[in-house]
Ligand binder design. Structure first.
Ligand SMILES: CCCCCCCC/C=C\CCCCCCCC(=O)N[C@@H](COP(=O)(O)O)[C@H](O)/C=C/CCCCCCCCCCCCC
Length: 216
């Protein structure tokens, strides 16, 4: 496993804070902070070793697409997920039924991370209620099968399944979170899961309203 104590070390508290500031009072989701939350999670993934590189690479490339929109000339339309959806739909910037002139729209790219966020929510909840001898590989696979796997072809499902088998155990997971005692980790997961759920639900509702859940 890579070093998880260096300058790039993961902190669950940091990720939790990022997802917290992601949401405004009127329930708009800040794209900048959403992306920052994912960056924090990728740090965690990178500390688990090379076997997870194919997963983190995909997440990083999707993060980068969104960052490019944020920093681009139309960045002001990408401040929140809501404004991004409105802007891209109103300007015909989304391939809705098949991939064409806008294969990497913000809406489509964010949808991939959004589906992964559901996996994360299910996984963290399993981790939160797990017993000392709980197997992270099983928790991770169960969460994946219940969510993200439905959107992946056979070959990705197989590769993900193999990666789950080499996940470190629960004690190492908890240690890498850099929170402190097991009790503290569980307590923080108790805060993180509802926060992530809320961001997920708001995004899901927005995508349902705009018929965007099946973007190619
Ligand atoms: C609090 C700490 C504990 C949890 C930390 C979790 C850290 C998670 C960090 C990153 C998660 C990876 C997110 C992956 C995004 C996948 C998006 C996706 O579905 N992409 C596929 C479709 O994209 P397009 O082809 O349509 O552009 C793409 O085909 C996927 C390729 C890579 C494989 C994705 C496997 C996903 C497995 C998710 C479980 C990760 C397990 C990590 C365990 C810590």
């Amino acid at each position: 496993m890579a070093d998880s104590t260096g300058p790039e070390k993961f902190s669950l508290q940091e990720v939790l804070d990022t997802f917290r500031v992601c949401l405004s009072e009127d329930e708009h989701v800040s794209l900048e902070h959403y992306v920052a939350g994912w960056r924090g999670l990728v740090k965690f993934m990178n500390s688990l070793g090379n076997v997870f590189t194919f997963i983190s690479k995909d997440a990083v490339s999707k993060i980068q697409i969104l960052v490019n929109f944020l920093n681009g000339e139309n960045g002001s339309h990408y401040v929140t997920i809501q404004s991004m959806v409105k802007y891209e739909l109103e300007n015909g910037l989304v391939d809705v039924s098949k991939r064409g002139t806008h294969p990497e729209s913000g809406c489509r790219t964010l949808l991939r991370l959004h589906r992964a966020l559901r996996w994360l929510e299910l996984f963290l909840e399993r981790l939160r209620i797990s017993k000392e001898d709980g197997k992270t590989s099983v928790m991770c696979a169960d969460a994946y099968n219940e969510s993200l796997s439905q959107h992946h072809p056979w070959v990705i499902r197989k590769a993900a399944g193999m990666a789950f088998c080499v996940l470190p155990g629960r004690p190492t997971f908890f240690e890498v979170m850099n929170v402190g005692s097991t009790e503290k980790v569980v307590e923080m997961l108790g805060e993180a899961v509802p926060m992530i759920s809320k961001v997920y639900k708001i995004t899901e509702d927005l995508y349902v309203q705009n018929n965007l859940l099946e973007l190619p």
